[in-house]
Design a protein around this ligand. Structure first.
Ligand code: NAD
Ligand code: UFG
Length: 340
């Protein structure tokens, strides 16, 4: 199939393009490069041996999107493009709603105009809010997101669902990611946050390499076995293969499907830090800090629906995720920037 990958030069998009190409699909990356670099396109080609078509563009540019969908005879869109910094979204709600929600509306209009009926969307476990029951299943009602970024995901899910209802021939797949970490095993591709990382794994790798002094563990007085928060970390390559599985399951007659993409296993902050030290042999100094506002205590997925319906399940464990994140960090201490 011909796939338009919005946000294709970003962390998850780029790893997904590797999996798409290796499964025989043609991927066209569409990105405005606001949080990524074209260096990754060479890295993808270095792994797969196939060049990646790239269109530099914004998802809010409906005309350019429509033209791109037609020019490349696109069968399905995988929609990663968006802003994703939780803290920043609190201070820049207009930018977040404009980019993520407004951009998705433009994308849907372009798809309608170009006659493209299938879309797979990067949603997030954040739409569940504070879990009332664990593990989380897709049929649980959505909860209250604690920040504008999280709310954009819930709103976009509703927009996609309303659009599918109005155009029943459309195929909409909502993939709710848990916590993506890890990197391509080659060490040539990985997560490249700008500035001081907000997320746990990039913070840990930057402490390990000496760029940051110590990790702050946000709270050790939660109601969990070691007092730190629990998340369902998933290897980015597993997440990437989940998208290829979702493509295979697109229904020719149209429909709306929702899948959790996680491992089903919860890992605490301290467990992750210890797994990292074990997998890499590198010490990660840390100290306990106050709780971070908006954090849920524990969040992990029931992934049986994806297994039954998509034939997909995560295969990498936490130590492999740590080893691959570290391999990427060591080989690229400044991310893609040195090569740009
Ligand atoms: P990323 O920032 O690495 O990738 C997003 C890409 O979208 C970037 O390359 C950026 O330049 C591009 N982009 C942003 N706005 C754009 C616009 N208006 N037009 C064109 N391109 C635009 O982030 P990621 O971690 O790869 O996340 C991909 C998607 O998955 C996002 O939608 C994110 O919200 C979602 N998600 C991520 C996580 C996570 O923890 N990484 C968890 C759940 C969901
Ligand atoms: N944490 C620390 N210290 C840090 C960073 C994080 O202790 O320096 C802790 C957090 O308090 C949390 C856990 O590590 O308990 C994981 O935090 P992350 O920021 O890595 O991940 P979150 O679960 O908070 O959020 C992530 C994405 C969101 C997404 C959400 C659910 O950042 O975009 O997963 O998918 F919405």
């Amino acid at each position: 199939m011909n796939i338009l990958v919005t946000g294709g030069t970003g962390f998850i998009g780029s790893h997904t393009i590797v999996e798409l190409q290796q499964a025989g699909h043609t991927a066209v990356a569409y990105d405005n490069l606001c949080n990524s670099s074209t260096v990754v396109l060479d890295r993808i080609e270095g792994i797969t041996g196939k060049p990646v078509e790239f269109v530099e563009g914004d998802i809010r540019d409906q005309e350019k999107l429509t033209k791109t969908l037609k020019d490349f005879d696109i069968d399905c869109v995988i929609h990663f493009a968006g802003l994703k910094a939780v803290g920043e979204s609190v201070h820049k709600p207009i930018e977040y709603y404009d980019n993520n929600v407004g951009g998705t509306v433009k994308l849907l209009a372009a798809m309608r105009d170009a006659g493209v009926n299938s879309i797979i969307f990067s949603s997030s476990a954040t739409v569940y809010g504070e879990p009332t029951k664990l593990p989380l299943t897709e049929d649980m009602p959505k909860g209250q997101a604690t920040n504008p970024y999280g709310r954009t995901k819930g709103i976009i899910e509703d927009i996609l669902s309303d659009t599918q209802f109005a155009y029943p021939q459309m195929n909409v797949v909502l993939l709710r990611y848990f916590n993506p970490i890890g990197a391509h095993p080659s060490g040539t591709m990985g997560e490249d946050p700008t500035g001081i990382p907000n997320n746990l794994m990039p913070y840990v790798t930057q402490v390990a390499i000496g760029k940051l002094k110590e990790l702050g563990v946000f709270g050790n007085d939660y109601d969990t076995p070691d007092g730190t928060c629990i998340r369902d970390y998933i290897h980015v390559m597993d997440l990437a293969s989940g998208h290829v599985a979702a493509l295979k399951a697109l229904k020719p007659e149209g429909g709306l499907s929702i899948y959790n993409l996680g491992t089903g296993r919860g890992t605490s902050v301290l467990e992750l830090v210890n797994a990292f030290m074990k997998a890499t042999g590198v010490n990660v100094p840390y100290s306990i800090k106050p709780r971070r506002e908006g954090d849920v205590v524990a969040c992990y997925a029931d992934c049986s629906k994806a297994k039954e319906e998509l034939g997909w399940e995560a295969k990498y464990g936490i130590e492999q995720m740590c080893a691959d994140s570290w391999n990427w960090q060591q080989k690229n201490p400044n991310g893609y920037r040195d090569q740009a």
